[in-house]
Design a protein around this ligand. Structure first.
Ligand code: GRF
Length: 217
């Protein structure tokens, strides 16, 4: 069983590219059927097309309400018989109705160790707070922003001379390792939502190393 998966983007799509590359492996449990952007100029669209993936644009500016915009996205996802949605730098707030429709079938990557540093400008806030460990999280999407059952996290050190850019680049490298692994765990059913936590089954040794890995491990 491979899950028919769509990736929703708004920008450059580097996480999208890491998912597309992983899903090209023959035994990967998700197949990327569609990349959908709310911005016609998202650089990720071209990257997706170059990888041979179908793309679609639903421009949020063409809609009067979030409900209408989400309904238009839903129609495109239905048209492609999508079963699983990955948010990858998708910068629109989704309606509760859309999130409820995709409950347990939509996941997101956030560039911090949730539940710390929800929201935007995470790397600046990490540096301002003086924390020593930064990282990223893949979680199941719930109506409250950057909340929901955590599938996987990867930690990276904060170094003394870090700027937002250097820290952001180190976290992004970890994102590119984490997201494909987390999607595989979730799409395969090895990780399931039970009482708002992810419970893993199967080979726990490989699950553990997949969840708590650093880039370059
Ligand atoms: C990533 O840092 C991701 O964690 C956040 O938005 C950024 C998207 O980058 N949600 P990219 O478009 O995947 O390169």
């Amino acid at each position: 069983m491979t899950a028919r998966t769509a990736i929703l983007i708004s920008g450059r799509g580097s996480n999208m590219s890491s998912l597309i590359a992983a899903a090209m492996e023959p035994d990967y449990p998700a197949r990327i059927e569609l990349v959908l952007s709310n911005r016609p100029d998202a650089a990720g669209l071209e990257r997706a097309r170059a990888a041979g993936i179908e793309t679609a644009v639903v421009d949020h500016k063409a809609f009067d309400s979030r409900e209408d915009f989400d309904a238009a996205m839903q129609a495109v996802l239905d048209e492609h018989k999508i079963e699983l949605v990955c948010l990858a730098g998708f910068m629109r707030i989704l309606t509760d109705g859309f999130i409820a429709h995709w409950s347990d079938r939509m996941i997101n990557i956030h560039p911090s160790l949730l539940p710390s540093f929800k929201g935007l400008n995470t790397h600046k806030r990490v540096l301002d707070a003086g924390v020593r460990i930064a990282g990223c999280t893949v979680h199941v999407v719930r109506p409250e922003m950057d909340s929901g059952p955590i599938i996987g996290q990867a930690a990276v050190p904060v170094l003394p001379d870090d700027t937002e850019e250097t820290l952001g680049a180190r976290v992004l490298e970890a994102e590119h390792v984490l997201y494909p692994r987390a999607l595989a765990l979730y799409a395969s059913g090895q990780g399931r939502v039970v009482s708002e936590r992810i419970v893993f089954s199967g080979n726990t040794a490989s699950t553990d190393s997949a969840v708590f890995s650093l880039p370059g491990d």
